[in-house]
Ligand binder design. Sequence first.
Ligand code: ADP
Ligand code: MG
Length: 231
Amino acid sequence: MTDSPLVVVEGLRKVYRTGPKEVVALRDVSFSVHPGELVAVRGRSGSGKTTLLNQIGGLDKPDAGRVVVDGHEVTALSEHGLLELRRDVVGFVFQSFGLIPVLSAAENVGVPMRLVRMPVAEREARVRMLLALVGLEQHVNQRPYELSGGQRQRVAIARSLANRPRLLVADEPTGQLDSQTGRQIMELLRALVRSEGVTALVATHDPSLITLADRVLEITDGAVHEPATLV
Ligand code: ADP
Ligand code: MG
């Protein structure tokens, strides 16, 4: 691939210290992700997937190493710079959806657009477009508790795309869904990476994503390696 990478991770190390105990959650992790790739991060519970995604998305700081996303050196950003990164460059999808319960699907998707003061007409049009993109045009006015788990995750995915992020970071997005719904969410992510030109990094142990991903990174006890062939 000739494009320069969208994500560069170099020598990343993260140690959690709780009292006298130390947990090395990431050990010398290096890899890069090219624009338009859908990369799965696979590893058992406790292997370091969330820690890795949090350093890349600017939710946490490593002990050593650097992360560059779309030319922004994440590991060198100030608090304000990190805020801008999370608002403008990276979209997040979490296992537990993270929707605001009192807001409708449309209002949830509109929240990031309000943060950048998008004009109202443009915001409303974009909210409608995004909810249609994830197949929820019939559900725009429903609140999260009036939606199924799969529908909630679709709202969260629409919201993650609100400000046209370059990178989508999804931490076990199907972890709370049954396998059939999970498969549909993974297929939606796969389709969006193609149609929206976004790049995605998805932590999962869901076998259905593994087959949809362009690449798989294996993480074992904080160390990342790339299997030679996709299975
Ligand atoms: P995964 O997402 O793959 O389940 P995590 O990144 O959450 O893994 O955790 C990696 C390791 O770091 C685990 O041993 C976990 O117990 C530890 N860990 C994660 N977060 C913290 C924290 N805030 N404080 C202390 N230890 C943590
Ligand atoms: Mg995790």
